[in-house]
Design a protein around this ligand. Sequence first.
Ligand SMILES: Cc1cc2nc3c(=O)[nH]c(=O)nc-3n(C[C@H](O)[C@H](O)[C@H](O)COP(=O)(O)O)c2cc1C
Length: 173
Amino acid sequence: MEFIDLLLKRRSVRKFSEENVAKKDLDRILQAGLLAPTSRNRKPCNFLIVENRDTLKRLSESKKTGAEMLANSSKAIVVVANALISDTWIEDSSIALGYMHLMAASLDVGSCWVQIHLRQTAEGKDSEEVVKDIIGIDDYFRVVGILALGMPASEVKPHTLEEMDKGRIHFLV
Ligand SMILES: Cc1cc2nc3c(=O)[nH]c(=O)nc-3n(C[C@H](O)[C@H](O)[C@H](O)COP(=O)(O)O)c2cc1C
C-alpha cells in the first residue's frame, strides 16, 4: 500500500465489534509508538495497555464527552509522558499517538484518539488527574491522550483526495 493510501484509509473509529484486537496487531501498534521521534531523543513516553473492562469503563467517563467508545473497546493505550525529562511531552505524545493510529489503520484495526489533556469530566474535574488516578501514575507524568482500539463494527469509509481542502495551502511570494 502506498503511504498516501494509508493516509486516506485512516479514520477515527468509534464503534467496535465484540472481536478482540489480536496480540500481534497490538505489538505492531506499540512498535509504531516506540519508533515515533521525540525531541532531543529523550523518549519521555510510556505506553500503558488497558484491557480490564472496569478500567476501560472508568476511562470512558474521564471526560465529559468523546470518550464513550473506550467502554466498548477491546483495549486502550494510555500514553503517559514524563514531563521531568522532556518539555516537549505534548509534541512527543501526539506524534506517538498519530503513529499508532496510522499503524492501526494499516492493520484494519479501528482506533480513535481520546483527548485527555485540557479536558474535564462531566463534574468539572480535570480529566488528566482523573486518568492518573485510575491508572495510578506519579504526578510528573502528563497524559495527552488515549488510543481506543477495537475491530470496526462496520465498514470504515476512507477519505478521498477530492475532499481535501486545498484552500488551506498558501504559497508565499
Ligand atoms: C488532537 C485530537 C484529539 C481528538 N480527540 C478526540 C476525542 O476526544 N474523542 C473523539 O471521539 N475523537 C477525537 N479525535 C478524533 C477527531 O474527532 C477526528 O480525527 C476528526 O473528526 C476527523 O475524522 P477522521 O479521524 O475520521 O478523519 C481527536 C483527534 C485529534 C487529532
